[in-house]
Design a binder for this molecule. Structure first.
Ligand code: CS2
Length: 488
């Protein structure tokens, strides 16, 4: 047997019949995370109990994913990197990928197809067109404002959903379930509100139909999935004997908690370990505050302290002490979650972050700070303030984000913020001067970002300013050491 054939023989899946199986799911925002998470649960579900649950993927912008996946019939390699090395598996649940800007009609037809029962989304926090202040629809969001004027030719995810519902109603078809898989608290309610507000504005005759025929379960999703690199593709080739530019890599851990509210049925995702719960909110809060909050803290401070990857951060003893303290602080803002010890959860997170085989860039996590800070850091900080709990680690994380917003590291090298509110941030900072106090004032004035309770609290402002002052006048290193001494 040739080396390539030997490699191919050791790869598992998909071991189920793909031909003739229909696509019950349309997924908006098909990227690495979807491929390493929901696509795997769906592959497991079909393997376990069949069903017409294949996935039609949609990219709302770039053709790259479609151009990599379609020539290989939607099948891709999933690499799992753990303590015992790397394993490869082929995932077969994706049928095809459409690219919205170049085939809008095909996307609408897929969404309006009789067999479509679920429309799932991973479009990142900024993709929803949500107003930071009200939590409702942001009518100034470029794609949303275009869609409100011309709802028959949508560009945004919300616009596509509403136009698809209109087509379904017109054709006498039932509604579907909209399943948000992004890291937002009560993510089902968030999308329900946006879809409803959009429909009320652009298609008021649909509001009743949506209320009756479309459900929006909330979900908590978790799997650390770094962007694929040449190393991913090289390992995929070594393990499968084939070139696969659609390969993705991930960690062994995976979790999916879903509110069981599906109007038109669902795959048996339990087969892959998904948990169906009545109340997802406590899980979401725990994950957003303990995992994602720590991620943001370590991304800003770690990036500026010269750590390119999360695994490097985890070798920085002082920074790990700060992260651990932050996890403990975040846990104090949570309601109990049945069957989960927050101490054990924190230890498990530290272990996952330390996985030496996962190259997760701090710069990747640092992206889109204005979209991530509220649910990860500002809401728990507000709750800590209200309850007289320590603010230290939140203030440290927010000061690190503010330092990061300056767009220049300690070697005076520039980097892109990669935040949808970058222009606003630059304009505010242009007026702020170099003093920590004025930078804090300016960034806390970003409309809708900081809850009033925080921005009007002298205690909070002092805590952030002192830390930012040390980051600016000394270094991130010294600020980390100082924070770690406080945490001790
Ligand atoms: C990360 C998340 O990039 C980020 O902001 O915090 O993508 C994180 O890796 C996932 O939520 C883990 O499930």
């Amino acid at each position: 047997m040739s080396e390539a054939a030997a490699a191919a023989a050791s790869v598992s899946g998909p071991a189920w019949q793909r031909e003739g199986r229909k696509s019950g799911i349309v997924h908006l925002g098909l990227g690495a995370f979807h491929k390493a998470h929901q696509a795997v649960y769906t592959d497991d579900a079909i393997a376990a109990s069949g069903g017409d649950w294949m996935i039609t993927g949609v990219s709302l912008r770039s053709p790259d994913v479609a151009d990599a996946l379609n020539p290989q019939d939607g099948i891709f390699t999933l690499l799992t990197r753990g303590e015992d090395g790397v394993t490869a598996r082929r995932i077969g649940s994706i049928r095809r990928v459409l690219v919205a800007p170049r085939e809008r009609q095909a996307v609408l037809e897929a969404l309006a197809a009789p067999e479509t029962k679920i429309v799932s989304l991973t479009i990142t926090e900024k993709g929803y067109g949500r107003d930071a202040g009200t939590g409702g629809l942001d009518r100034n969001h470029p794609a949303i404002s275009a869609d409100l004027v011309n709802p028959a030719e949508p560009q945004s995810a919300v616009g596509f959903i509403v136009e698809a519902v209109r087509l379904r109603k017109e054709r006498g078809l039932p509604g579907f379930t909209v399943l948000c898989c992004d890291n937002l608290p009560s993510n089902g309610h968030v999308v329900q509100r946006l879809v409803t507000e959009f429909a009320e504005a652009a298609r008021p005759e649909l509001a009743g139909f949506i209320a009756q025929n479309v459900t929006f379960p909330s979900t908590m999703v978790d799997r650390i999935t770094p962007a694929s690199t040449e190393q991913t593709f090289a390992d995929a080739r070594r393990l499968t004997g084939e070139d696969d530019r659609a390969a993705v890599e991930t960690e062994p851990f995976t979790q999916w908690v879903i509110e069981d509210n599906f109007v038109a049925g669902r795959p048996q995702w339990e087969a892959g370990g998904a948990i169906f719960a009545k109340e997802v909110r406590p899980y979401e809060k725990m994950k957003l505050r303990m995992l994602n909050g720590s991620h943001s803290l370590l991304a800003y401070s770690g990036f500026l302290a010269g750590h390119a990857y999360v695994r490097d951060v985890m070798k920085d003893v002082a920074l790990v002490a700060v992260i651990r303290k932050h996890m403990q602080a975040a846990a104090k803002t949570l309601d109990p979650v049945a069957g989960i010890s927050f101490d054990d959860y924190a230890e498990q997170l530290l272990e996952r972050f330390s996985n030496p085989a996962i190259a997760h860039q701090t710069y990747q996590i640092a992206m889109d700070g204005t979209q991530k800070l509220p649910q990860r850091l500002l809401e728990p900080a507000t709750s800590a303030l209200r309850n007289g709990l320590p603010l230290d680690s939140y203030a440290f994380a927010v000061a690190a984000w503010m330092r990061y917003c300056l767009g220049m590291n300690e070697n005076r090298e520039h980097y892109d913020l990669r935040d949808p509110r970058e222009a606003e941030i630059d304009a505010l900072l242009g007026k702020a001067g170099n003093e920590a106090d004025s930078i804090v004032d300016c960034l806390m004035a970003l409309p809708g970002l900081f809850p009033d309770e925080l921005s009007t609290s002298p205690e909070w402002k002092r805590a952030v300013s002192q830390r930012l002052e040390m980051m600016l006048s000394r270094s991130m290193r010294e600020a980390i050491e100082a924070e770690a001494r406080k945490a001790a």
